[in-house]
Design a binder for this molecule. Structure first.
Ligand code: NI
Length: 394
């Protein structure tokens, strides 16, 4: 089959699907319509499928010569609590909800790839499992661990995914060995003092001053305790205290995120943050409690999975359009699957850099011509993998 030609033939349908998902985004664990639409499409194509992980879908394309392994292609399907301001004419119709991370493109790319792979199944030595995973964005209870427990996912020899990336120009892609996305943990710091009159600070234990010191002191973890060649971030992203101009409050609450690619460093983060918190507590007479929440671990691309991916990607994008995009401190729950895996960043950004809004931004926009390249990548990946498992003598 001429893969590129076949992808071009269904491009119109691909974009129509994407726009439909874009108009009807659903938050994590609420992907009911999305799930239904995916099932309808797969049933129309004659691809057996079932619901999985609450609002997800699993489907199977069995290659005719499939004595070989099962390969999983994964797309995340949820949207974000963001009010769309992109100005596209297929804008979100759901108030306060938007596909601002491009997962609408992931769903449609995988559905289009499924259509072509299903037409190719006579030629395939492997079985393809389609994994439509819910709730990627919900760090505290994300969808990957639920999918990871499914026997149909566990039997996959490897998993392949892509993420559309608005900061990378459309037509380009980035697929690298090793780390691609960071571990993304979050934490709360609860500061307990003793409130009182703003004019009589000496009669209080001021949690605001303690909080301010703590924000500053935490900057020293990365700058003074972490190897400068080891990317790491600790950001305080919320500071809540008090409601009045003349009252020192009883307590303050800080929230933040800690990110790194280094698993050992990640293990040490809670101790480092707590040690600094207890130092500030002692010096300010407050009590400080740390609640540390583990998010996804770093996403690490497996060597063999990436080797196959690079062969496929070279055919799709051309060697000169495969770039080493800088490492991202974003997290990805794809990391939580136990299977060997690789994640590619698919460029979806405007040629004009000033029009490339970051993922999760209300202005987030994707160049739709990138979608067909994503489809071609998935199809060629499976074709390459199938070749690796050709029966003896073929
Ligand atoms: Ni995403």
């Amino acid at each position: 089959m001429d893969i590129r030609k076949r992808v071009e033939e269904i491009e119109g349908e691909l974009i129509a699907m994407r726009r439909d998902f874009h108009r009807h985004p659903e938050n994590s664990w609420e992907e009911v319509r999305t799930q239904q639409k995916i099932i309808e499409r797969l049933e129309m194509l004659g691809i057996p499928c079932c619901k999985a992980a609450k609002t997800g879908v699993l489907a199977t394309i069995k290659g005719s010569h499939a004595s070989g392994p099962v390969i999983g292609l994964r797309a995340d399907i949820d949207a974000l609590a963001v009010s769309e301001e992109s100005g596209v004419d297929f804008c979100s119709e759901e108030e306060g909800c938007m596909h601002a991370c491009g997962h609408d493109t992931h769903i449609s790319i995988l559905l289009a790839a499924a259509e072509i792979l299903n037409e190719m199944k006579e030629e395939l030595n492997v079985t393809v499992r389609l994994i439509f995973q819910p709730a990627e964005e919900y760090i505290a209870d994300c969808g990957a661990p639920y999918m990871n427990r499914e026997p149909l996912v566990q039997e996959c020899e490897r998993l392949v995914a892509l993420h559309i990336w608005s900061k990378l120009e459309s037509g380009y892609a980035s697929l690298r060995y090793g780390p691609v996305m960071a571990a993304a943990d979050t934490f709360d710091l609860w500061i307990k003092g003793q409130g009182g009159h703003g004019a009589l600070p000496h009669q209080t234990i001021d949690p605001v001053v303690a909080g301010a010191e703590l924000v500053n002191a935490l900057q020293k973890v990365v700058s003074r305790e972490v190897d400068p060649l080891d990317p790491a971030v600790i950001s305080i992203t919320s500071f809540q205290a008090g409601t009045s101009a003349n009252v020192i409050p009883d307590s303050a609450h800080l929230m933040g995120t800690a990110r790194t690619f280094n698993t050992e460093l990640r293990e040490r983060f809670p101790e480092m943050i707590d040690r600094i918190a207890q130092g500030v507590a002692a010096s300010t007479r407050t009590e400080i409690r740390l609640d540390y929440h583990r998010g996804p671990r770093p996403t690490i691309n497996d060597r063999a999975c990436t080797d196959t991916g690079l062969r496929a990607a070279k055919e799709v994008f051309g060697e000169d359009h495969l770039v080493e995009f800088p490492l991202q401190m974003s997290g990805e729950d794809f990391s939580l699957y136990d299977n060997p895996k690789c994640l590619m960043l698919l460029g979806g950004g405007d040629p004009d850099e000033s029009l490339r809004y970051a993922q999760h931004n209300p202005h987030f926009i994707i160049r739709e011509e990138a979608l067909k390249l994503g489809v071609e990548y998935f199809v060629r990946y499976v074709a390459e993998y199938s070749k690796e498992h050709a029966p003896e003598g073929k």
